[in-house]
Design a binder for this molecule. Structure first.
Ligand code: NAD
Length: 300
């Protein structure tokens, strides 16, 4: 049986662990949050007391943590991956981090005799639960092939997009597109509500046309009902807008909508919505449109 040592059992890591367990992998996982460790045990996994315990004895080390510094910490801390994993271990980072950090982490991993794939995902919490994530993978052909079954258990669209770092570059583009979609949907929802349109009917027909999208499928109801429990936190999308705007600037590519979305995401965060789902961009549209735009009886 192949053992996955998983660091990070949050909104995404937790359901991914369940899918690996169901596919016949052993999962030994660690998260700072003890509730997440209990969930892993209940699903048939092995909760570890610290990262070292999760990494030790694993054939594959997987990470699903928030940001670049978290990944570097898991790799380089005393008792972390570089110190604990034996040479030849395949390390797969599913987190969304900076492409340059991913490429450098891969280089450092190779110096320690390890193999490294950046494999950020898209599809949201729903995709993680359903095992239907899109996985954009950067790394070598051999390592991509070696990870095929690990990916198949959690993903549906699995594409090797280039060398280390390329997965994160594609994910940065993904986050630009999702943010712009989310904002357009939020503006459309408030616009339709202002005219008293039947929202269920409007969303149903919009879903069937060119305006339909995965964002609309997953997020329209959250916006209409003002249910902003995450999901994908504004804080994480704020991190991602920082990644894509910095990378675009480096590349000399001008992304005006990306820059605007970085500002609107920062505003959502500054207004206290950092731990809400990114569909809470709707609240930003309400703030811009003034108190009259906020429907009575709905939490604003
Ligand atoms: P989350 O905050 O729910 O989970 C992250 C978990 O990592 C937390 O439980 C935290 O305690 C744990 N953690 C952080 N550092 C750790 C460490 N050193 N050791 C052990 N545990 C540690 O976040 P999430 O929504 O699961 O997102 C994880 C990553 O996936 C992020 O990079 C995010 O951008 C990306 N992502 C999220 C979604 C989504 O819809 N939520 C979709 C695609 C990609």
């Amino acid at each position: 049986m192949t053992t996955i040592g998983l660091i990070g059992l949050g909104i995404m890591g937790s359901p991914m662990a369940r899918n690996w367990l169901q596919a016949g992998f052993a999962v030994q996982g660690f998260d700072f949050n003890p509730k997440r460790l209990e969930e892993l045990a209940a699903a048939g996994g092995t909760p570890a007391g610290n990262a070292t315990e999760a990494i030790r004895g694993a054939d594959i080390v997987a990470m699903m943590v928030p940001d670049s510094p978290d990944v570097l910490n898991v790799l380089t801390a005393p008792g972390g991956v570089f110190e604990t994993a034996p040479a030849g271990t395949l390390v797969i980072d599913f987190s969304t981090i900076r492409p340059d950090v991913a490429a450098d982490a891969a280089r450092q991993a190779r110096e320690h005799g390890l193999r490294f794939l950046d494999a950020p995902v898209s599809g949201g919490e729903a995709g993680a639960i359903a095992g239907s994530l899109s996985i954009m993978v950067g790394g070598s052909d051999e390592d991509f092939a070696a990870a095929a079954q690990v990916f198949a258990a959690v993903g549906k669209t699995i594409v090797h997009v280039g060398p280390n770092g390329a997965g994160q570059t594609v994910k940065a583009a993904n986050q630009l597109i999702v943010a712009a979609n989310m904002q357009a949907l939020a503006e459309a929802v408030l616009f339709l509500e202002a005219f008293g349109v039947d929202m269920e009917a409007a969303i149903a027909v919009l879903k069937g046309g060119l305006a339909g999208s995965a964002v609309m499928e997953q997020k329209a109801t959250k916006m209409v009902t003002r249910e902003f429990a995450p999901g994908f936190k504004v804080n994480l999308h704020h991190k991602d807008m920082g990644i894509v705007t910095a990378a675009a600037r480096e590349a000399g590519v001008v992304i005006p909508v990306g820059a605007l979305m970085a500002q609107l995401m920062a505003s959502a965060r500054a207004n206290g919505d950092g731990d809400q789902d990114h569909s809470a961009l709707l609240r930003g549209v309400e703030r811009l449109s003034g108190p009259a735009s906020v429907k009575p009886g709905k939490a604003a």
